[in-house]
Write a protein that binds this ligand. Structure first.
Ligand code: ADP
Ligand code: ZN
Length: 750
């Protein structure tokens, strides 16, 4: 009989698949999706079984056998293998790279396992006679047994037990042999929320709009898979979208199915997690949480808890879309418009789009939610590809906050100052009145640091990053100039660094959160102020602590970056000040208006969530720009109509798809030359309907010491275009110091 064969994608070998034989002893263990160890040339490598073919093109006697299987189950569920294939094709990525996106490193490498996290559990307490005998023959065993008996749930981690008692594994093994103790793998060992207790809470009574939306979600979950459509839940901030997610998930669970909830990393706050953990607290620890601050060990444990079916509900950031949830009945993507769902390194997938694809493969419902849907999703809703659900009012009919626009051009005339003013008079007055009433204020600015640049007023010299084409940001706390792109840092100069100038009057221009905090502290010396941005939030619990203090009313004014723009719910916040609304508007990007609209709406949504009405003050130098005006009137529809017309006229997404190829090299001429060559090749057989633009220097021409040129392509038939681009690039050798990266549906054009 012929030996069994396995087709394997060996880690690190891009797209080639290799056949191996399966030794008899492993036949039961090797399945599609298994992770295996195998001989490759002169080394042992890991790989993934992607098929069990009946025959191989290579003569069987030339094939080598698999060494061993890593883990028990097939590590990768079939759906995730299919997703990896889809990603590889759609996003122009080698399959191995796509696979790396799908499977966390810690699982792939299989270096960490449960060994050090075994638990000893008391199986049976000794009766009196046995206890006496044990105490006499082996006091150490008796002691160990007693310790287990008195432990909560009579279960202790092995390492800890041995360490506490200063005893050996042999002592423990003796007790196992006698049948008193069992050793088992820990399943809830490194629970990152271990110290918290989650009080069970119950579903709220929905208002009519919520009920109607939930009914539609339920109906969709029961629709035969061929007729299912993705749903877009457009609900204003505070309209109770999360409550709908929670109740829809409960429905999925009632049918024995799991659920997957994606939230942006930044809003994966303790508050959000708590809501999910509390709602499903009754049913054991069903909720697994995946975020980027997990240690490798924690990630490993959570992954296995999900994979084994112990955790059936997963809440997590972008890459959680690949969590091995069993039989999901619903996938939720909250804040679906968020740019952070797009992974900015290869494989450059968009988790929202993956969610839609995965739901289709799983035959489950998918619910995208947002107060400010992306134009892509809203477009799909208007064409009938998605089903649109609406929540038009805030829960309990709370009013939407009043939004006031302050023209900062006039403000700086009035204040008679040379530089930009941080706080307008209106904002100052508004903050004062909140302080008087004991209410809280959030001040938002989308830029950290003290000053956005240092420049010499005499010769015009601007301190730029040596590695990037970007001005350095001044951070006063440590008197440094920092590059927010590459992390470069240098001492802030005392005089102009231009050797021909050396003027001591070098100045700061523009401002960031550090400066806002500084100004606020001067203007309101009695106020308790906290700042939340990437500079202050460095510790593991910094975020949780800062928000905790704010929630407890220990902070009057919270200054922060986008970190505070999302998903927070503080009833006592009645004022939100947007210090500079123009920061995102003037970016060289067709999505600038969309981003501004989203940001203003989201930040404004933080105000007036309690019983008190909220007020939002927006400072801008372009008060009449449509994004600001539509946000002011809470008019998504108006914004959509105007913006989609503009996009259609200019042939921008969502009316087409983009592919952005970036060619980079430490040598400018080489990057440019390679980009030109590539563009010529691509043009030769460009698929019909696709458009290519000539290579241009990237907006940040230099980034992290590389010079960059970009080729932009557009087409409605995106799969055809990606396949074609991949084919051309695969056939085009690049010089050693030139690299190309392809971004399909890019979010960043920089
Ligand atoms: P969104 O996600 O749309 O911003 P949330 O789901 O966070 O809104 O809801 C805002 C607040 O209203 C939360 O405190 C939530 O508990 C509460 N809430 C939601 N639905 C109801 C309801 N039907 N009745 C009472 N309170 C509700
Ligand atoms: Zn830099």
């Amino acid at each position: 009989m012929n030996p069994r064969l396995a087709r394997i994608l060996v880690d690190g070998t891009t797209d080639r698949e290799f056949d191996y034989t399966v030794p008899d002893a492993l036949v039961d263990g090797v399945q599609v999706g298994s992770r295996v160890r195998l001989p490759f040339r002169h080394r042992q490598l890991l790989g993934t079984v992607i098929a069990l073919p009946a025959v191989s093109e290579v003569p069987v006697e030339k094939l080598r056998p698999i060494t061993s299987v890593v883990g028990d189950d097939p590590a990768i569920p079939a759906v995730l293998l299919e997703l990896a294939r889809w990603i590889s094709e759609y996003y122009c990525a080698p399959l191995d790279q796509a696979m790396r996106g799908v499977l966390p490193d810690v699982i792939r490498k299989a270096e960490i396992d449960f060994k050090e996290r075994q638990f000893a559990r008391l199986v049976r307490a000794p009766d009196e006679e046995e206890a006496a005998a044990l105490a006499k023959r082996s006091p150490r065993r008796a002691e160990l047994l007693a310790a287990l008996e008195s432990a909560p749930s009579q279960r202790v981690q092995v390492v800890q037990l041995l360490e506490d008692l200063g005893t050996t594994r042999q002592t423990l093994q003796g007790l196992v042999k006698l049948g008193f103790v069992a050793i088992e793998h820990g399943t809830i060992p490194r629970d990152p929320f271990g110290a918290n207790v989650f009080l069970a809470d119950t579903p709220l009574i929905l208002n009519p709009e919520q009920s109607a939306a939930l009914r539609e979600v339920r109906d969709m979950m029961m629709t035969p898979r061929a007729e299912q459509k993705p749903m877009l839940l457009h609900g204003v901030t505070g309209s109770g979208k999360t409550e709908i997610y929670l109740q829809a998930i409960a429905m999925a669970r009632a049918k024995g199915r799991g659920a997957l909830v994606l939230v942006p990393e930044i809003s994966l706050t303790p508050q959000t997690v708590e809501r999910f953990k509390s709602r499903f607290a009754g049913a054991g620890d069903e909720v697994a949480v995946l975020h980027s601050r997990l240690s490798e060990g924690e990630r490993h444990d959570e992954w296995h808890r999900i994979h084994s079916g112990e955790a059936r509900i997963v809440i997590g950031a972008r890459s959680a879309i690949f969590a091995p949830v069993r039989e999901p009945g619903l996938i939720v993507v909250d804040e679906e418009h968020e740019g952070s769902y797009k992974q900015e390194e290869a494989p450059r997938y968009h988790a929202r789009d993956i969610a839609v694809v995965r739901a289709k493969l799983e035959g489950c419902a998918v619910l995208l939610g947002s107060a400010t849907p992306s134009l892509e999703s809203y477009h799909n809703a208007t064409t009938g590809k998605y089903v649109l659900l609406n929540l038009t009012t805030r829960v309990d009919d709370r009013k939407m906050p009043i939004i006031r626009i302050i023209d900062m051009r006039r403000e700086s005339q009035r204040q008679n100052s040379s530089g930009p003013s941080v706080l307008s008079e209106k904002l100052r007055t508004a903050v004062t009145s909140r302080l008087d009433k004991g209410e809280q204020t959030i001040l938002f600015l989308n830029r950290r640091g003290f000053a956005s640049a240092m420049l010499c007023p005499k010769c015009g010299f601007v301190c730029e990053c040596p590695n990037c084409s970007l001005a350095l940001t001044f951070h006063r706390t440590n008197d440094l100039l920092m590059c927010h792109l590459c992390g470069h840092r240098q001492k802030a100069p005392k005089r102009c660094p231009n050797p021909d100038c050396r003027d001591p009057a070098i100045r700061h221009r523009g401002f960031g959160t550090e400066r806002v905090e500084d100004v606020v502290a001067k203007v309101f010396p009695k106020a308790r102020i906290a700042r939340m941005d990437a500079d202050t939030m460095t510790g593991k619990h910094a975020h949780r602590d800062a928000l905790g203090a704010f929630k407890a009313g220990k902070t009057d004014i919270l200054v922060g970056t986008q970190m505070i723009a999302k998903g927070l719910h503080f009833p006592n916040v009645t004022l939100v000040g947007i210090i500079n609304a123009d920061l995102s508007l003037h970016m060289n990007d067709f999505r600038a208006a969309e981003r501004t609209f989203q940001l203003l709406t989201q930040v404004a949504g933080r105000a007036g969530r309690g019983d008190m009405e909220g007020e939002v003050i927006v400072q801008t130098c372009t008060p009449m720009s449509p994004a600001i005006q539509f946000a002011r009137h809470h008019d998504f529809q108006g914004f959509w109509e105007q913006e989609s017309e503009f996009r259609q006229t200019c042939d921008h997404p969502p009316f087409t798809h983009l592919v952005l190829i970036t060619v980079r090299s430490p040598h400018k001429e080489r990057a440019e030359f390679s980009a030109q060559t590539m563009a010529r090749r691509i043009r030769e057989n460009l698929p019909r309907g696709a458009v290519m633009f000539d290579p241009l220097p990237a907006p940040w021409e230099k980034l992290k010491t590389y010079y960059r040129f970009q080729i932009q392509l557009r087409s409605r038939a995106i799969l055809t275009l990606s396949r074609y681009v991949r084919q051309v690039l695969d056939a085009l050798p690049l010089p050693e110091d030139v690299q190309a990266q392809v971004d399909v549906d890019p979010q960043q054009l920089l």
